[in-house]
Design a protein around this ligand. Structure first.
Ligand code: GLC
Length: 752
C-alpha cells in the first residue's frame, strides 16, 4: 500500500513540476517576442492578465507583506517609484521565482532630465537645438536609472504648448512641432539605446497623449479644445516622431480633449495611434487618469471608467484598481470583450520580452559605479552651456575678462543648489549641484567675489538688503545678478497667472542699474518669464533656465567666454500674460498689424479715433510683437547671412528643392550658429501659418570664415491636414534662411 502511495505521490509531484515548468515561457520560442507572448498569454488566467494591467506605487500596496503577497499572486505587472538594486531585486525575485508564471515586473520612474546627474530642464535642453547632445544626455540618464533597477521612464514629455503660465512648459520642448519632433526622436533613442536587451536600455514613454499642453489659461489639468487640424498639424507631430523612433510605450493624458478625456479617447488612442499609425507599443494611463474620468463627468463610476479606458486602449492602469476590480464583471456583462484584455496584455508582455526581462530580470549591482561619472558631469556641463541663450549684450559687456578686479554676485539663484536642478527631479541631489557662486569663486578666487544674496528666495519681497547690495555693487567692477524662479514655481500643478520675475527682483535690479556699474543678469527659471523690465535695465542678460547639476560651471564658462553662447529660444517670450497665447506660426488674420497702423496706448494727443476703418490686430499696450521671438539668441560674434539660393523655383509635390545660404562669422571669435529654415504656404484650403520651421542646422564657424548651409525641402515636408485630408497643395511659397523666426534671407518657390 505504502509503495502504491509513494508512487502516486511521485507521479503527482512530477506532474506538478511539469505543469509549473510548462507554464514558464518556453525556450523553444525564445528570441521571437510575438510567439513568446502568445505562448505565455495562453497560459495566463484572467486574474493574472488583469494583474499585468495594473501598476502601483509601493507606498499604496497596503504594507510590505501585502505587497509581497500581491506580487506572489501576480496581481501587479509593474511598479513605479520602486528603485535601488537590493529592493528591486528582492521584489523581482518574488515575481520571477515565486509566482506561478514567473512574469518579471516592469519598474518605472520619472527620469525626465536626469537620474542623479541632472541635465537642464527639457525646455532648456531644447534651447540647444542640438539633438546629438540631448540624445547622449538621455542615454546617460538611462544608464544611471537602470543601475537602480529602473527599466521604464515616463519620458519624453513632448506636449506642445503656447502658454508659459502652464507649469509643465518646463518639461517639454517648446512651441514648435518641428523642433519638438526632432528632439523627441533624439530623446527616445537616447533613453532606449541601441539594443533594448542591454541592461542599460530603458523603455521610453511618449507623454501625455494628447493635447495636455493646451490647458485653457495655462491652468494645469484644465479643459482643452483642439480643432483636428491643430491636433494633427501641431500637437500630434512629436508623438508621431516618438512612435517612429520606436518608443516602447505611450502615456494617456489627464485632460478633457474636446469633451472626451484623453484616457478614454478612442479617436486618439484607437483611430490615430493604432489604426493610422499602426503603433504596437503599450499605453499606460497617467496617475489616476482612468478614474479621474468620473470627475470629468465622462464616467458615472469606476466600473464605467475601467470600461471606457480598456475599450479605448489604455493597456495598463497607473495607480488605480479600477481594472482589477471591475474587468471580470465588465466581461460578464459584455461591456468589454476578452480580445481587449488579451491585446492589452500582449502589449505589456511584449515590452518585457523586448527589454530582455525574462532572460535577465535582475539588476547587476556593478552598474551602480556609473552614477555621477566625471564624463557624465562633463556632458551635463556641455548641455547646460549650449542651453544658455544670450538675450542682450550692450557694448559687448560680455564676455567678462578673467582679469576683472572684482564682481558683486547677487540674487536668489546665485547659490541655490536645489533650485537650479529644476522641476521633476526625484533622484538628483542638491549636494551634487555646483552653483554659480561656487564656480565664480573657483574661477576668480574668493577674494574677487563680493557675494550679497539680496533676496533669500525668488518670491522674497523684502527690500531690507537693497542698500547692502548697492554698496557691494559700487565697490565692484561688475554686477552679476542671478534672478529667476524657485524650482517649485514650475512643473506639475505649478501654473502661474502672472509670469513676471517673482518677488522684488525686478525692483532690486532697477536699483542696481542706477549704480552705473556693468549689470549682467542671469535668469534661471522653469518657463519663459516676462523679463521686459529687467531686460531694459541690464547691460547683458543670459537665460540659463534651470540648468541642472552643472549649471554653475556652464554659466561661468559663458560669462568668461570659455565658449560663446549659442542657444536659441524654443519658445516665444511674451511681454506679459496678456499676450498669451503667442506663437510664431500664427495665422495672418484679415487685418495683420504693422508699424504703419500701430497706435501705442501712450501715443499723444490721442489713441485711435472712433472708426471701424484701418484698424489692425494688436494690443494698445503690448503692441503686436512679442518681447523676443522664437528662435532668437545672440552670440559673442556676429553672423552675416548672404546668397540665398534655390536649386529650382518650382517643384512637384513628390519632388524637392535645395535651399542654401552663406553664413559668415564676421566677428572676433569662433562660435556656433543655429541656422533656421522657415517656409510660408501663402494660400491654402485652410488658412496657413505665416511661418513654419522646416529645418535647422547648428554650424561651427571660425572667426572670419564662412559656411554654406544647405537644406533639402521635400514636397512631403509641406503636407498638412486641412480638416478633411492630408494634402500637399500647389501654389506659391515663401522661404527664409535666418538666425530666428523674425529675420532671414527671403526667397520663393512654387509647387506645381
Ligand atoms: C504624474 C504626471 C506624469 C508622471 C506620472 C508618474 O501625475 O502627470 O507625467 O509620469 O504622474 O509620476
Amino acid at each position: 500500500m505504502i509503495s502504491f502511495l509513494k508512487s502516486v505521490i511521485a507521479v503527482s509531484v512530477v506532474t506538478v513540476l511539469l505543469f509549473v515548468v510548462a507554464c514558464r515561457p518556453q525556450s523553444k520560442t525564445s528570441g521571437k517576442p510575438d510567439l513568446q507572448v502568445e505562448d505565455l498569454l495562453a497560459k495566463m488566467t484572467l486574474d493574472e492578465k488583469l494583474g499585468q494591467m495594473s501598476q502601483i506605487d509601493p507606498g499604496f500596496a497596503g504594507g510590505e507583506e501585502q505587497l509581497k503577497k500581491a506580487v506572489r499572486d501576480g496581481r501587479y505587472g509593474s511598479f513605479l517609484n520602486m528603485f535601488g538594486v537590493e529592493r528591486v531585486n528582492e521584489i523581482q525575485k518574488i515575481a520571477v521565482e515565486e509566482s506561478r508564471l514567473g512574469i518579471p515586473l516592469l519598474i518605472g520612474r520619472d527620469v525626465i532630465h536626469g537620474y542623479r546627474t541632472i541635465f537642464p530642464i527639457p525646455l532648456g535642453m531644447a534651447a540647444s537645438w542640438n539633438p546629438e547632445i540631448i540624445r547622449k544626455a538621455f542615454r546617460i540618464s538611462s544608464i544611471e536609472a537602470a543601475s537602480q533597477g529602473i527599466r521604464w521612464t515616463f519620458a519624453p514629455m513632448i506636449d506642445i504648448t503656447w502658454d508659459p503660465r502652464w507649469g509643465r512648459i518646463a518639461e517639454g520642448c517648446g512651441e514648435d512641432p518641428y523642433l519638438a519632433s526632432s528632439l523627441a526622436k533624439a530623446m527616445v533613442e537616447g533613453i532606449q539605446g541601441e539594443n533594448l536587451k542591454d541592461p542599460t536600455a530603458v523603455a521610453a514613454c511618449a507623454k501625455h497623449f494628447a493635447g495636455y499642453g493646451f490647458a485653457e489659461a495655462g491652468r494645469d489639468y484644465n479643459t482643452t479644445y483642439i480643432p483636428e487640424p491643430l491636433l494633427r498639424n501641431v500637437v500630434l507631430k512629436p508623438f508621431k516622431a516618438a512612435a517612429d523612433a520606436g518608443a516602447l510605450t505611450f502615456m494617456s493624458a489627464f485632460n478633457d480633449l474636446n469633451g472626451v478625456p484623453a484616457s478614454g479617447n478612442e479617436f486618439t488612442l484607437k483611430k490615430i495611434l493604432r489604426e493610422e499609425w499602426k503603433y504596437k507599443g503599450m499605453v499606460v494611463s497617467d496617475w489616476g487618469s482612468v478614474t479621474e474620468m468620473i470627475n470629468h463627468g465622462f464616467c458615472a463610476n469606476e466600473k464605467e471608467a475601467a470600461q471606457k479606458a480598456i475599450s479605448a486602449g489604455v493597456d495598463m492602469e497607473m495607480s488605480g484598481s479600477s481594472y482589477s476590480s471591475n474587468a471580470k464583471q465588465l466581461l460578464q456583462e459584455n461591456k468589454i470583450n476578452q480580445a481587449m484584455i488579451d491585446d492589452a496584455v500582449r502589449y505589456i508582455l511584449k515590452v518585457k520580452f523586448d527589454l530582455g526581462l525574462f532572460e535577465n530580470p535582475y539588476v547587476n549591482p556593478d552598474l551602480e559605479k556609473s552614477i555621477l561619472k566625471p564624463d557624465f558631469l562633463d556632458h551635463a556641463r556641455k548641455v547646460a552651456r549650449e542651453s544658455i541663450v544670450l538675450l542682450k549684450n550692450e557694448n559687448n559687456t560680455l564676455p567678462l575678462s578673467n582679469k576683472i578686479g572684482s564682481v558683486a554676485v547677487m540674487g536668489p539663484l546665485a547659490d541655490s543648489p536645489r533650485d537650479q536642478l529644476g522641476t521633476w527631479v526625484f533622484d538628483g541631489k542638491a549636494e551634487n549641484s555646483v552653483t554659480p557662486l561656487h564656480s565664480l569663486k573657483e574661477f576668480l578666487g574668493g577674494e574677487r567675489v563680493n557675494y550679497v544674496q539680496g533676496l533669500s528666495y525668488s518670491r522674497d519681497k523684502s527690500t531690507a538688503a537693497f542698500q547692502k547690495c548697492i554698496a557691494a555693487a559700487k565697490s565692484s567692477d561688475a554686477i552679476l545678478f542671478f534672478a529667476g524662479e524657485e524650482w517649485i514655481l514650475s512643473g506639475e500643478g505649478q501654473s502661474r497667472g502672472e509670469i513676471n520675475i517673482p518677488g522684488a527682483q525686478d525692483e532690486l535690479i532697477a536699483e542696481l542699474a542706477k549704480t552705473g556699474k556693468p549689470l549682467i543678469v542671469v535668469v534661471m527659471a522653469g518657463r519663459p518669464l516676462a523679463i521686459g523690465n529687467t531686460l531694459k535695465n541690464s547691460d547683458a542678460l543670459l537665460y540659463a533656465w534651470h540648468g541642472g547639476t552643472m549649471s554653475g560651471p556652464a554659466i561661468s564658462d559663458i560669462l568668461f567666454g570659455i565658449e560663446s553662447p549659442s542657444g536659441k529660444l524654443p519658445v516665444t517670450f511674451v511681454k506679459g500674460s496678456g499676450q498669451i497665447p503667442f506663437y510664431y506660426y500664427r495665422n495672418n488674420t484679415g487685418r495683420p498689424a504693422s508699424e504703419a497702423f500701430y497706435t501705442p496706448i501712450d501715443s499723444i494727443p490721442q489713441i485711435n479715433p472712433q472708426s471701424s476703418l484701418g484698424y489692425k490686430s494688436f494690443h494698445l499696450d503690448y503692441g503686436y510683437k512679442p518681447l523676443l521671438p522664437f528662435g532668437y539668441g545672440l552670440s559673442y560674434t556676429t553672423f552675416d547671412y548672404n546668397n540665398l539660393s534655390l536649386s529650382s523655383l518650382s517643384m512637384s509635390a513628390s519632388g524637392s528643392v535645395k535651399i542654401s545660404a552663406t553664413v559668415t562669422n564676421s566677428g572676433e571669435r569662433d562660435a556656433d550658429e543655429i541656422v533656421q529654415l522657415y517656409i510660408r504656404d501663402r494660400v491654402g484650403s485652410i488658412t496657413r501659418p505665416i511661418k513654419e520651421l522646416k529645418g535647422f542646422s547648428k554650424v561651427h564657424i571660425r572667426q572670419g570664415e564662412k559656411a554654406k548651409v544647405e537644406f533639402t525641402l521635400y514636397g512631403k515636408d509641406l503636407e498638412f491636414f486641412n480638416g478633411k485630408d492630408y494634402v500637399i497643395e500647389p501654389g506659391e511659397f515663401d522661404v527664409w534662411i535666418g538666425p530666428d523666426s523674425d529675420n532671414g534671407l527671403h526667397g520663393e518657390f512654387t509647387i506645381q
